[in-house]
Design a protein around this ligand. Structure first.
Ligand SMILES: [Zn+2]
Length: 464
């Protein structure tokens, strides 16, 4: 049997459509998925939308439409955005999909059979922005750490609870014993210290929210939106017989749910845990949080119009928030586009094609290439920025080679040897670029297939 690789992104909440702040995660997961597909592994790449909960219900009411109609529109918009970025998901799951609803209810009953779900009373604070409960001790100046402009809601209702406290020791030991379970390491330490502070049972149902999956054995409750949403990975994983997931990719606002709630839920219902949870930081735009209320929302499809799909993919993969928050601007995107893509990769390809064409050089057929060793090392550690840095190092070396040797002045065997070297370098660059810039890699491969190599339109025309 083929090796399999199952990778997921977080599913986006449908109170509003996605924007560029959500792009990094999808492009990152896409590059990793493509890499595993290119290795010949049976790859499953899941993305989608998280559609239930109070905030969605409210947004639909404000717009005067039925919640289902409301989320249908948002899900279609989100999907179109990921298509614009060439995200190669195998399924776009929606938590309103009938197979997911059925599976989530079965999962709930499994956890209940394990004795981990009980009726209790919740009194405390709730952030609608996160659709999450908060302890006083977690607040920053009395507000949600992720939504400083939102008022927390005081909730007091009878809910079903999940016995998270029962899994405290298990989680602590597991995460201490599995350094690969949460990466990067800084995030793993945050999770561990959160666990050590003590885990409290959390509410898994709501009575005051009707837009949700009914609790199967007490339908006046709906299943808490996070409990429902996390199960999406398993809905698909079980369908494809590919559970456990190899990699969940998500933002730091979701780490607590994925690294604490989710493994405890899985353990309770009798499933294996995912292998790795990869947490990334946030993107801001011109020094500001990206949000509709600030009026600075840009859609991925607007960016691809100006910078091309691979222009956007390159920028995010190379300079994205893998381990730190990152501020972006259209000015920075343009500068990098011109320096790294137009002048860097694009110029090298044009130079070597021009040199080959002018000397009427005939090249041998390309060999079947695999990824460079160093690139493999970086991707296997999910350091895509590093992988691209290495590839751009090769581009730079080829440029220096042309200048130092004065390749345009060489004659005979010397010129043939120089061109052969350069063409092979470019073929290797194209092969290494496939997971990251798939369209560009394909164009370069086609242009450099030989035996004759011709000049083509520039890959990345300079932006003014
Ligand atoms: Zn919040």
């Amino acid at each position: 049997m083929n090796k399999k690789f199952f990778i997921t992104t977080a599913i986006d909440y449908t109170n509003d459509a996605v924007h560029i702040g959500h792009s990094y995660q999808k492009i990152l997961a896409d590059a990793i998925a493509r890499y595993h597909r290119l290795l010949g592994e049976e790859t499953y790449f899941l993305t989608g939308t998280d559609e239930h909960g109070q905030k969605v219900e409210k947004s639909a009411i404000e717009k005067g439409v039925e919640p289902k109609k409301f989320v249908d529109e948002i899900a279609a918009e989100d999907k179109a955005e990921w298509d614009a970025l060439n995200i190669s998901y195998d399924r776009f799951i929606r938590t309103t999909d009938p197979d997911h609803i059925k599976f989530a209810q079965e999962f709930y009953l499994k956890a209940k059979t394990s004795g981990d779900i009980y009726l209790g009373k919740y009194e405390g604070l709730y952030c609608e922005g996160c659709e999450a409960y908060y302890e006083e001790s977690e607040l920053v100046d009395g507000k949600c750490p992720f939504h400083p402009n939102r008022e927390l809601i005081k909730i007091s209702e009878e809910n079903y609870f999940f016995r998270l406290s029962k899994y405290q020791n298990f989680l602590q030991k597991y995460i201490e014993g599995h350094p690969e379970f949460v990466i990067p390491e800084t995030k793993r330490r945050e999770i561990l210290s959160f666990i050590k502070n003590g885990l409290r049972d959390f509410s898994v149902s709501r009575q005051s929210v009707s837009w949700g999956i009914p609790v199967p054995d007490d339908p006046k409750h709906t299943i808490y939106v996070w409990f429902d949403a996390l199960i999406n990975y398993l809905t698909y994983g079980v369908e494809k017989k590919s559970w456990p997931a190899d990699l969940h990719v998500l933002g730091k606002d979701n780490q607590r749910f994925h690294a604490i709630y989710w493994p405890a839920m899985l353990k309770s219902a009798g499933y294996e845990l995912p292998k790795t949870i990869l947490v990334h930081d946030f993107i801001s735009l011109n020094g500001q949080k990206i949000s509709k209320s600030l009026g600075n929302v840009i859609k991925p499809s607007e960016l691809t119009k100006d910078f091309g799909v691979d222009g956007v993919r390159y920028y995010f993969l190379r300079f994205g928030p893998s381990t730190n928050d990152v501020d972006i601007s259209l000015e920075k995107l343009k500068t990098i586009f011109n320096s790294d893509l137009a002048n860097g990769l694009g110029n090298l390809v044009a130079r070597v094609a021009g040199l080959s064409e002018r000397s009427e050089f005939t090249t041998s057929k390309p060999k079947k290439l695999s990824f460079s060793k160093e690139v493999v090392k970086a991707i296997e550690k999910y350091e895509v920025d590093k992988a691209l840095e290495l590839i751009w190092g090769e581009i730079k070396k080829a440029d220096v080679f042309i200048n130092e040797r004065g390749v345009w002045n060489l004659k005979g065997k010397q010129k043939e040897a120089a061109l052969t070297y350069l063409i092979n370098r470019i073929r290797q660059v194209a092969s290494d670029l496939k997971p990251f810039l798939p369209e560009t890699a394909e164009k370069i491969e086609k242009q450099f297939k030989g035996p004759k190599i011709k000049s083509e339109k520039p890959l990345f025309p300079r932006l003014d």
